[in-house]
Design a protein around this ligand. Structure first.
Ligand SMILES: Cc1cc2nc3c(=O)[nH]c(=O)nc-3n(C[C@H](O)[C@H](O)[C@H](O)COP(=O)(O)OP(=O)(O)OC[C@H]3O[C@@H](n4cnc5c(N)ncnc54)[C@H](O)[C@@H]3O)c2cc1C
Length: 427
């Protein structure tokens, strides 16, 4: 039996960052086990016929000095900084993102309903403890914005109504202009840029995988093709590829519900896994030949008639993501969508109708990806279940990290930072 001080499960960005920082601190008696033959998890890239695709858009939103420093150290000159070019296509209008700060672009009746709703919300007594995401939205933006964008878009993305969700994920993700900024935006475009993603970074070559590879080459004790199948937290052992590994500490970066089901000797944890809800995403990737289309970063599509909730232009993130005179898109559909010609036809028709592609474009190839654990759902069970579960695991020497390990909604930068935090806890 092999024994290590720390066993890290999962070679995505979080697992790699934990290993890298452990090594930096001088702790080299760890093992990082990754199921796949390539590390990176959701930050992997797919290379085909001169195109680079990620697993849906994977853009670097760097908000902390250390996050920026680490990424710059890893990617050096291979890093582009880009301005966001994002819109919402709804009600036959093209509204700049974020919707709530660009009411000028809406048809007059929808615009008026948004202004009226906000004025009414501003007069109502402040709701300091919104019970759910619907109440939070109406409090912040009024009923007009809620019905015109927040409700349809979020219902589509999360696969459930806003009243079935809490609002504790919104902080970093939903831009919150002041009421007077929203009202002013009904008359003219705002000068100010809103949101965490008004600019972002992206590797010049190699897609998101370039970041993963730069980190992975600094990690020595990485074992690929090594799925973890059973874990005993009491005996502190795990079965990896049929071999038993014992550890002093365990770091989990696998999706929390999947990880809990691997633990064989804590029935309470298996039950906790049943309380965690996930919203998967299906991605349709498309490579076309054809020039002359204006680049965009991504477009939100809240309307029911569109089968997808967002379309991104992969070839806009770097000129190296597609050969000359070619374009690449990723189309995100909420849930597990049967990857059938009928679904592809609906997507094509909607892309044509929006002018994202046109009939002169030559389709080169397309492929699907399925992301089973894309979004941890913030329903009424999540906060308490996650808090109790993580505390119970820590008592047994197991630390969870990353968007999926902590069962939260967070960025790649969070993965890098949580890797550092976890390494510090372990020494
Ligand atoms: C649709 C979508 C778009 C996103 N876009 C962005 C974006 O633009 N910007 C951004 O900052 N973030 C984005 N994210 C978030 C980003 O993907 C995550 O924050 C990040 O990938 C988390 O990395 P991780 O290492 O924690 O998890 P993962 O990437 O899921 O890695 C977990 C690893 O564990 C491995 N594994 C699983 N089971 C086992 C097992 N039994 N044994 C061993 N190994 C196993 C997997 O193969 C994988 O490599 C997006 C997420 C989604 C779903």
């Amino acid at each position: 039996m092999i024994h290590v001080h720390t066993l890290i499960l999962g070679g995505g960005l979080t697992g790699l960052s934990t290993a890298y920082h452990l090594q930096k601190i001088g702790r080299t008696d760890y093992l990082l086990a990754e199921r796949e033959s390539v590390c990176g998890g959701l930050c992997k890239s797919v290379y085909k016929d001169g195109f680079t695709f990620d697993y849906a858009g994977h853009l670097l939103h760097l908000h902390t000095p250390y996050g920026k420093k680490l990424v710059r150290m890893l990617l050096k000159a291979n890093l582009l900084r880009q301005e966001r070019r994002a819109w919402i296509y709804t009600n036959n209008a093209r509204v700049p993102f974020p919707f709530q700060a660009n009411l000028f672009a809406l048809p007059p009746d929808v615009r008026q309903a948004c202004v009226d709703g906000l004025v009414k919300a501003a007069k109502a007594p402040p709701n300091t403890a919104p019970k759910n995401f619907k109440e939070w939205c109406i409090n912040a933006f009024g009923k007009g914005v809620y019905h015109a964008f927040m409700r349809p878009y979020n219902t589509k993305l999360w696969g459930r109504a806003p009243e079935e969700m809490t609002a504790d994920w919104c902080g970093p993700f939903v831009p919150l202009p002041a009421p007077d900024e929203i009202i002013k935006s009904a008359h003219k475009p705002p000068r100010k840029k809103f949101g965490y993603n008004n600019y972002f970074y992206y590797p010049q070559t190699g897609g998101c995988q370039a970041l993963v590879n730069a980190l992975a080459k600094r990690v020595t004790n990485l074992r690929l093709n090594s799925p973890v199948s059973h874990i005993s937290l009491r005996k502190k052992t795990a079965v990896i590829n049929g071999e038993t590994v014992s550890f002093d500490y365990l770091v989990n970066t696998l999706a929390l519900p999947a990880f809990l089901k691997l633990v064989t000797d804590e029935p309470a944890l298996t039950r906790a896994a049943e309380k965690l809800t996930v919203q998967p995403v299906t991605v349709y990737n498309l490579a076309v030949r054809g020039a002359g289309k204006q680049p965009f970063s991504w477009i939100y599509c809240p309307d029911d008639k569109d089968p997808f909730f967002r379309v991104g232009m992969q070839s806009s993130f770097s000129p190296n993501n597609a050969p000359e005179s070619c374009r690449a898109y990723y189309v995100e559909l909420s849930g597990k969508i049967p990857q059938m010609p009928a679904a592809e036809k609906r997507i094509w028709n909607a892309l044509l109708q929006k002018g994202i592609i046109d009939t002169n474009d030559e389709k080169l190839f397309s492929f699907w990806q399925f992301l089973p654990f894309a979004y941890a759902v913030y329903d009424k069970n999540r906060a308490k279940t996650v808090q109790q579960t993580l505390a119970r695991l820590e008592k047994r020497g197991c630390f969870c990290a990353g968007r999926y390990g902590k069962w939260e909604y967070s960025f790649m930068e969070t993965s890098l930072l949580q890797g550092l935090e976890t390494a510090k806890k372990l020494v």
